[in-house]
Write a new protein. Structure first.
Length: 298
């Protein structure tokens, strides 16, 4: 088994927070090196999940400032190689992967050959910073989409990132889709990936802090695969933007925070239609309580 060392340069006050980031993405332990600079190090298996792990680390590291934690310089090196150099070599880990019964994520540099007639490709050129579309949370969200989509729905994809869920939803038959992200670089990457998928090329992507800048009629679906810390802010925003029978599909939730997110969904007037788990990651299909009873069997 091959392993990659991920090393973050930080300072004493941020050691605990940086260590928690490593543990939350699957590290079995961390190593602290306190010499001229503080280094927090963790090891991960070198497989097709590794780029997504690096993406999660990078995103959560950047988010520490929102909690008043100064983790500077917060530089990442991977197996002794600076991230900027490693970005040129990471594609060796990323190949086509069948995610669900219908959906297969395919890197743009590979030729897609379907195994079955109903298999639908999601063409991605995610770049290192935006994930490969194969992380457990993304798989959970695609499964949730397959569960609820019947065709022709309207949808908002909050925190679209690489755009992978927007493409997946369109491949499954969702009609009008709006994708949002707070990060302008993410918006640009999502637009590039949508353009790689003719079925999804017409999906608009806008810059918005969650749903703050979204002005649409209530929709059938809202999906969000984002940091658990941000989900708490998103939940109240979704209620007025969903049709009474609409669904809120959400993931990015790890074990420790899942009970709190579930409680917040219920407090906001949702009933939990389905909850799923893959490893330490959780997803929810939620529907407002005043909705008509759902006769579908999931």
């Amino acid at each position: 088994m091959n392993w990659q060392a991920v090393q973050i340069a930080t300072q004493n006050q941020a050691i605990e927070a940086v260590s928690e980031i490593f543990l939350s993405v699957g590290a079995q332990g961390v190593q602290i090196v306190d010499e001229s600079d503080v280094q927090v190090i963790a090891y991960f298996e070198a497989n097709d999940q590794f780029p997504a792990i690096v993406t999660a680390i990078r995103t959560r590291l950047a988010a520490l400032a929102n909690f008043g934690i100064d983790a500077s310089p917060a530089t990442i090196t991977i197996d002794g190689i600076a991230q900027s150099d490693w970005e040129n070599n990471w594609k060796q880990y990323y190949h086509a992967q069948r995610i669900t019964r219908y959906l297969t994520v395919v890197p743009s540099w590979e030729t897609f050959t379907p195994v079955q007639a109903e298999e639908k490709p999601i063409i991605m050129d995610p770049k290192l910073a935006f994930g490969t579309g194969t992380h457990e949370t993304t798989q959970l969200m695609m499964q949730a989409l397959e569960t609820v989509v019947r065709g022709g729905e309207t949808m908002i994809d909050v925190g679209t990132g690489s755009g992978v869920l927007a493409v997946a939803a369109r491949q499954l038959g969702v009609g009008h889709i709006l994708a949002t992200d707070i990060d302008e670089m993410s918006v640009a990457v999502a637009k590039e990936n949508l353009a790689l998928n003719p079925v999804a090329a017409d999906i608009p992507v806008i810059t918005s802090d969650l749903l703050a800048d979204v002005a649409t009629a209530p929709v059938d679906l809202i999906v969000a695969n984002i940091l658990a810390d941000v989900i708490a802010r998103l939940i109240p925003q979704t209620v007025s933007r969903l049709k009474p029978t609409g669904y809120f599909l959400v993931s990015g939730i790890y074990d420790a925070i899942a009970p709190d997110i579930e409680a917040q969904l219920i407090a906001a007037g949702y009933r939990i239609v389905q909850k799923s788990q893959m490893g330490e990651w959780h997803s929810y299909i939620a529907q407002q309580k005043e909705a008509e009873p759902c006769n579908d069997t999931f």
